[in-house]
Design a protein around this ligand. Sequence first.
Ligand SMILES: [Zn+2]
Length: 201
Amino acid sequence: MNNSIDDLATALAKLPGIGPRQAKRFVYFLLSRPGGERKQLADLVLALDKEVRQCGECMRFYNDRSGSICGYCGDSKRSDAELMLVEKDQDLAAIERAGTYKGRYFVLGGVLTLSGTGVIREKELVRAVEKRIKNGLKEIVLALSATSEGEHTVDRVRELLAPYRDQIKTSQLGRGLATGSELEYSDAETLRAALQNRKET
Ligand SMILES: [Zn+2]
């Protein structure tokens, strides 16, 4: 027979930053709450499937299911000349909060670690770049966190972009970002400076 407590704890322990003991704590906390709250939580998780869509161009998740591409990709006022590569949706949101970047995006969906784990959307990236070159892409802005994983990921992205080197330049966020800092937690001012001081690489 299934053990619902253990099964839910195992599922929660897969969340980033959550260990098995913490996961168990969440389960017992949920059990201590009124049933309505558990149902609401379950419904909210299910609603992600019903209401959230993944953009076919930049791969970000967005809430509006009316079109097949997101608002940033569909916005004709944004520039097709720049494509910024970020690790995850939260990084894209941080760049948007900084408010100066008006080009397009691509979300890699992860980072590669030195030990060989981690995946990024390689096929989708190449497809997006090829398509965007036809639409006037001139520059790829590498906006990964200033961590060893971020740098390792940049190395792989450069390999993937090597065939297009003659058609597009690549640049990297400038020094405003301190070594080891994660994009998601950088303040808007720092990101604006890093973007302005981006260097061709
Ligand atoms: Zn999009």
